[in-house]
Design a protein around this ligand. Sequence first.
Ligand code: CMX
Length: 444
Amino acid sequence: MSTLKNTLKKKIEQHRPRTTRLLKEYAGTKVGEVTIGQAIGGARGVKMMVTDISYLDPFEGIRFRGKTIPETFAALPKVPNSDYPYVEAFWYFLLTGEVPTEKQTLEVVEDFKKRREVPKYVFDVLEKMPEDSHPMALFSMAILSMQQESKFVAQYNEGMNKMEYWDPTYEDCTNLLAKLPSIGAYIYRMKYKDGKQIKADNKLDWGGNFAHQMGLDAPYDDVARMYFILHSDHESGNVSAHTTHLVASALSDCYYSLSAGINGLAGPLHGLANQEVLRWTMNFLEKLGKGDDYTEDDVKKALWDTLNSGQVIPGYGHAVLRKTDPRYTSQREFCLKHLPDYPLFKLISMIYKVTPDILVEQGKAKNPWPNVDAQSGVIQWYYGVTEWDFYTVMFGIGRAIGVLANITWDRALGYPIERPKSVTTTMLEEVAGVSSAELAGSAK
Ligand code: CMX
């Protein structure tokens, strides 16, 4: 058994009694109350999921296994001659909560390489899809097409003890994760580079090989590592993480579950916002027609036009965060180091300067600050990835790290099928002490 799997096994055995005790002795203890606002309003803030892999504080932002983003980057072993860590080390860290040594990391790097090869039929499926399919539809389809590879399903069908579920889930998740960068790069080159594909380089790590197969030189390998780690996990309630968890809770395997999570990430209020940010910005420049000769007032007017036409400003606001997203800050720091004078970065910075005040003045958004998506596209653009409808695929490759680690733990701790309760509008009116007859009267 690999060091990672063995460490994970020990961690699972240590953890199980904690969950069992809470369930046996404290199942009736209240965690919070649910209001009518939460029942109608997307369950915002309802504490009804458990994960130890990351935690999102509204003001501080994300911590992975207790570490902030800068602490995470500083702690993990780095790829030689790179500023960023091995993504494989991060996978080890998310799964076990332990920072791996260099040796343990390289063991995972080698394990991923062995699992990297994508079955040919996946590419056949992609090639048969309509030419104008969105890259996210292709990505989701590619993941789903591998479902019959599931070791979990094979062992389940043979008859497997519930305590063993985590083992084939771990195997499935690792097999799937190892292939995702090659699938993403294939989609990119199939759609935008005349289908001229680049073979994987087995000397390279997961992030480095993605850059290689995309056809992009250093430091894009570091951009990829940074991007994947930053987008990995954002606790459990966001649409992609929650969907993956929900589908997996029916004991659907990781191919079904991740494909579903990716479909949720493809929505413009979630992961697709990163493509929307670039689309908004390029539209702004095109409509203005003055090249880089714009003023703060031009930007303000365009933002107000967006709001006044009933649309959202992409890349701003968040369901949990109430401050600038540290994932935004981390990418901004990258830009300040590598592309401080790049005109598009200056425009993104100007939007950052003026947008929060405008959203506050409008008075609707609870959080006027930027999220991760406001700052990611400019980096891609700078390094030549200007096809913005591909951006969410890269978000999805990163997000897979977090959600696959989570469903492995879901199986390890025996979390049951998820099934919250719905009520009717009349029931809510009864709780509120109002009647719909009054409303019908006032509408006359
Ligand atoms: N621009 C304009 N209006 C916004 C806004 C924004 N950026 N953010 C929130 N609002 C509006 C909401 O649409 C809502 O309006 P209504 O009352 O008319 O329905 C109101 O402000 C209150 O919303 P909220 O409680 O502040 O935000 P929610 O938790 O409902 O939604 C989010 C959060 C992210 C969907 C929302 O802020 C948004 O639409 N942002 C723009 C899209 C975006 O950047 N999404 C990416 C989020 C990060 C990610 O998942 O990748």
